[in-house]
Design a protein around this ligand. Sequence first.
Ligand SMILES: [Cu+2]
Length: 176
Amino acid sequence: MNTPLLLLLLFGAATLPSARGVGSAPARTDLIQHFTQRPTGTVPVSQYTGQVREFTLEVRRVTTELSPGVPVEQWAFGFPGQSASVPSLELRVRQGDLMRITLVNTQDQPHTLHLHGVTSLAQEMDGVPHTSGVVLPGKSFTQEFVATKTGTYAYHCHQQTNVHLDMVLYGALIED
Ligand SMILES: [Cu+2]
């Protein structure tokens, strides 16, 4: 086989016009550039129109007796100095409020506070370990966003989700 034909077979197919066709999806780099330039739904925290709602949460170990004589350890977000319950506290805000949540990690493993379904926040405020970081033991982190859409959302720990979510680290977030 001659060299040009071999190169075409090895590397050429993906670059031929027919490989993408007319009307195909935009290239991945175009999509990434579009997203980073115009993050969908993100509202600058300075643009809140309501009140500032501040919450400080810690992760607590809770013992629940699922049936008589069967205690089970569960985890819950709770206010400092107060007993926690499962599921975690309901957080309620009004549309236009600035939500400011500080997670204080008094435990011996990392946690996060992911705001499930809320789209009006910056990525670093979303509590997803790989993209937003984690709150290490002994540390705290404050997340801010503007509540822009009424609805029922959830917040939960996103660290080692299969374990931490299973331990009941979640609660309701209501925007009304
Ligand atoms: Cu956790």
